[in-house]
Each structure stands twice: as C-alpha cells, then as structure tokens.
Design a protein around this ligand. Structure first.
Ligand code: NAP
Ligand code: HSE
Length: 427
C-alpha cells in the first residue's frame, strides 16, 4: 500500500488553485491526518499558457481533462472546472469508469447527473466525494449523510448562495446598485462562471436538489424545482423590508408535508427575530429540523476560495484515509413525492408601482377580494401625481394558486406601471 495519494486536478481557478496551495502549505497536517502524502501529479485547465502560482505551471499538463483519469500517476481525480455537461461530465465518467475516486465541487453536475454517477461509482467500487458542492466551507454533506444518518429529517432550509446573500446585504448596508455589487462578488471569487446561475436561483436549486436527495431521498430533478432569483428586488424592497421588520434572503426550502415534499428556491422576507436574518455577506446558513435531532443550525462561509478549498481537502483526506462515500445511490427513496406548488401556502409581500390616482387601491383590493385573499397590511408613502408611487400589500396566508391568479390580474391593471415584486414571507 503506497504512502502517497497522487492527485490529478482539473480546474485551476478560484477553488482549484487554492486546493493546490493548501496541499503544499498544509502538507504535514494532511499527512498526519490521512496517513498519506498528498501530491499533485498532473493538472488540466482551459488555457495552458495562463500564468499560474504555486508551481502549477510546471506540473505535467493534460490538454483534455479526461486524460487525467487514464494516467498511471494519478490515483484520484479532483474536478474543479464546473458545468453540468461537457468536460466536467466526461472527466467524472472517465474517472469512475477507471475505478478511481472522484472528488468534485460541481453542484450543477451532481444535481443533473448525480444519481447516474453514483450508480457508476457503486458499480466500479470507486468513491464519489462532493462536500464542497453545497455551502462552501459548511460541512453539510457529511452532516446529512453521516452525522444525521440515525433519524429522519422534516425540513432543510437556508441561505445556499453566497453571491446573492452578498448582493442583498451589501445593497442594504451601502445603498450600492445591484450590478455594482455583483461585480464585486465576481471579483471576490464568489460567483459562478456565469453569474446568472447565482442571481436566477439556479445554483441554489442545484444545491437544494442535492440536499433534498440526501435528506429526503428526493429525485435529483433540479429542472422541476421552482427557482426564482433576486433580479427583481430593488433597493426600495430592501427599505420596505426594513420598515416591516424583515430582511430579504434568497432561501432554498425543502419540507416534508402531509401530501409530499415541498421544495422551492425564492427570495423570502425573513423576520429580524430569526437567526437567518442576520447571516450576512457571502455567509450561508442551513437549518435542519427532525423529530429526533430537533433543530440544528450550521453557518459559515458559503463561497470563496478558502472555505471551498477546505471542503475539497476534507474529501481528499477522506479519500486518502480510505473512508468511503457512495454518492446518492443508498439514500434515494422512490416514495419521496414532490408536492405540487399549487398546494402550498404562504403569506406574500407584493410591491407595485402604480399611478397615484383615485380608484387604484380599490381595483387591487377588489382583485384580492375575488381571489379570497385576506390583506394583513397596506403601505403607501408619499404622493406623486406625475410619476409612479410604490404601494405594498402584505397578505395573510393564502394558497399559491389563489395568489398567482390574483397576481396575473393585478399585473394587467393599466394603473400598475411596472412588473410588481413578489416576495414570500417565511413563517
Ligand atoms: P473558476 O474560477 O471559473 O475556475 C474554473 C477552472 O476550470 C479554470 O481553471 C478553467 O480554466 C477551468 N475550466 C473551465 N472550463 C474548462 C474546460 N471546458 N476544460 C478545461 N478546463 C476548464 O471556477 P471556480 O469558482 O474555481 O469553481 C470551480 C467549481 O467549484 C465549480 O463547479 C463551482 O460551481 C464550484 N464551487 C465554487 C465555489 C466558489 O466559491 N468559487 C464554491 C463552491 C463550489 P482556465 O483557468 O484556463 O480558465
Ligand atoms: N456561486 C456560489 C455561491 C459558490 O455564490 O454560493 C458557492 O457554491
């Protein structure tokens, strides 16, 4: 048995370069903890000529990342390129087919192909590790798969995207624009290569799919999961949230209900009395509830080079130590039925920009009355005969179906001048 684990790393960007750096600077610690020396023996990325630190430029290079799987000097492959298809999927399949361990931080790949990859991993007796795929430095995968293996969970919810949390909290704290703060999130290494995945809620949907599969055995079907992002949220909504005693957070929510599993990624109004409301910047927080464990909260850096590389290293050390990980194959539950969105209920914040003229409020409340939606409060500040004014409705709990019908009717009113903003209120 060799005392060295030889690694091939594909992807030398924010996460990959930090993993390579940590392998060098923490070598004695890693060897002590895993019983093996960790050595990077080959690398791959898109651009061979890019200048790279930490000796990465001088390592043996694979033009095609999949070549790493076949190399005789690579015992395990670390995939840190990203993307559900293409090079990442090919490398993942080639690695497992070669019977070698695969370590990946790629939530898009796992959300779309996690089950097939797990089955391949099991067939080939090749472990599949992915601690870094959800919530950066928070050890949520091992928590669900190992620490909570003894009991059911009823609910998993929280802040799963660091970029969106950074945008929402920085906009609130500084008054800066959405676009400006997004650029900063990109420069800090938080955002996906295509930041639309972050701000449209797709990245959080990938992560929620993975957590729902581990926690509830739900099928990995991110395309079926309702995911809304944060593009429609303005600084006006952030101010209204403050006034109403809330913070706006993009949340992923999975909850076992009587008729099925509720799953949704959406912006939510979170009461300032909740811990989640005070999780700021690129921090993530995940709350788990179960009949045996009760409530559990995990909080930490959800994005960025260091925390994510730390999670990748934990997998590499598991791999070097011979601790097995079989992906999703053992957790799937064929009886886990997704709940139809129409069956769920929520209270809603609805902000409209309206013409300030007699009858507008009456038209909107008539639509609410006809949809049997009960209003908890209405806010209108100021008066402007020339331009639009914001008007905010907070509803009591109502069905998604009733609300979406009322919303469609409100949008059609000629006095409603811009697309309204809808935010669910976290109970
Ligand atoms: P990144 O900074 O954009 O780096 C991507 C790396 O992959 C680059 O080295 C790039 O090559 C290489 N690459 C991309 N496409 C490739 C292809 N088709 N063939 C060969 N190489 C390719 O991305 P990152 O932020 O490190 O993220 C890497 C993975 O970790 C993604 O799956 C991401 O979702 C996940 N993740 C990231 C974070 C985070 O905070 N950044 C947190 C958790 C998980 P070049 O260097 O030549 O351009
Ligand atoms: N883009 C992701 C985020 C990286 O902002 O949360 C961590 O998965």
């Amino acid at each position: 048995m060799s005392n060295t684990l030889r690694l091939g790393i594909a992807g030398l960007g924010t996460v990959g370069s930090e993993v390579a750096r940590l392998i060098q600077v923490e070598a004695p610690l890693h060897e002590k903890r895993s019983g093996k020396k960790l050595v990077v023996t080959a690398v791959s990325a898109r651009d061979k000529n890019k200048k790279r630190d930490n000796g990465l430029s001088s390592l043996p290079w694979a033009d095609n990342p999949s070549e790493l799987a076949a190399r005789s000097d690579v015992d395990a492959v670390v995939e840190l390129m990203g993307g559900a298809e293409g090079a990442a999927k090919q490398l993942a399949e080639a690695t497992l087919k070669a019977g070698k361990p695969l370590i990946t931080a790629n939530k898009a790949l796992l959300a779309h192909h996690g089950l097939a990859l797990s089955e391949l991993a099991r067939k080939q007796s090749a472990p599949l590790y992915f601690e870094a795929a959800v919530a950066g430095g928070i050890p949520i995968i091992k928590t669900l798969r190992e620490a909570l293996a003894g009991g059911q969970v009823d609910e998993i919810f929280g802040i799963l995207n660091g970029t969106c949390n950074f945008i929402l909290t920085t906009m609130r704290d500084t008054g800066r624009s959405f676009g400006d703060v997004l650029k900063e999130a990109q420069s800090l290494g938080y955002a996906e290569a295509d930041p639309a995945f972050d701000i449209d809620g797709k990245d959080a949907a990938h992560k929620l799919s993975i957590l729902s599969a581990l926690g509830f055995g739900a099928p990995l079907e991110p395309e079926k999961l309702i995911a809304e992002g944060v593009r429609g949220i303005t600084s006006q909504d952030i101010l209204f949230a403050d006034e109403l005693g809330y913070r706006i957070k993009l949340l992923g929510v999975a909850r076992q209900e009587k008729d099925g599993l509720f799953q949704r990624v959406s912006p939510y109004m979170v009461s300032t009395s909740s811990t989640l409301a005070h999780v700021n910047g690129a921090m993530n927080a995940i709350m788990i509830r179960g009949p045996v464990i009760g409530p559990l909260v995990l909080m930490g850096h959800g994005a960025g080079a260091g925390p994510t590389a730390s999670a990748v290293l934990s997998d590499i050390i598991d791999c070097a130590s011979g601790r097995q990980a079989d992906g999703f194959a053992s957790v799937m539950n064929p009886k886990a039925t997704p709940l139809s969105a129409e069956k769920s209920k929520s209270a809603f914040y609805l902000r409209m920009m309206v013409q300030d003229q007699p009858g507008v409020l009456a038209d909107i409340t008539a639509i609410m009355r006809d949809a049997k939606i009960s209003i908890q409060s209405v806010i209108q500040h100021g008066r402007s005969e020339a331009g639009p004014v914001p008007i905010v409705f907070i509803t009591h709990d109502t069905s998604e179906k009733a609300f979406s019908e009322a919303f469609a009717a409100v949008k059609k009113l000629s006095s409603v001048l811009e697309p309204p903003c809808v935010i669910r209120i976290l109970p």
